[in-house]
Ligand binder design. Structure first.
Ligand SMILES: [Zn+2]
Length: 109
């Protein structure tokens, strides 16, 4: 889990809170401070990448919600749509799992 990361401002020494994927903050004193730890930066970049996957995952839910409002034209289409959306969601869930735990879900080409 990613919490708030604190770094000292390079200009005035104030404690700055890095949240919501921020890797740089402009302090009230006008100085720009970046997260220094490579691991912290990497963790933030991964979190941002996961958020992109989550956005597409959310869209798959929206697709379903809009689809079921349509008039049924064929008796099996709802079941088929459900099946394919679950497939899409499985792909996205796997992408997220790889980013969160690459040792258990390694990328194999
Ligand atoms: Zn400052």
């Amino acid at each position: 889990m990613i919490g708030v990361i604190k770094e000292k401002c390079e200009g005035c020494g104030r404690i700055l809170n890095f949240e919501d994927g921020a890797v740089k903050i402009v302090c009230v004193c006008g100085s720009t401070t970046e997260i220094k730890s490579f691991c912290q930066k990497k963790e933030y970049e991964e979190k941002k990448e996961i958020e992109k996957d989550l956005k597409v995952l959310e869209m798959s839910g929206q697709l379903w919600n809009e689809f079921i409002k349509l008039e049924i034209e064929h008796e099996s289409e709802t079941k088929e749509m459900e099946f394919f959306i679950h497939g899409v969601q499985g792909i996205l869930a796997t992408r997220i799992a790889r980013k969160q735990n690459p040792k258990i879900f390694p990328i194999r080409g």
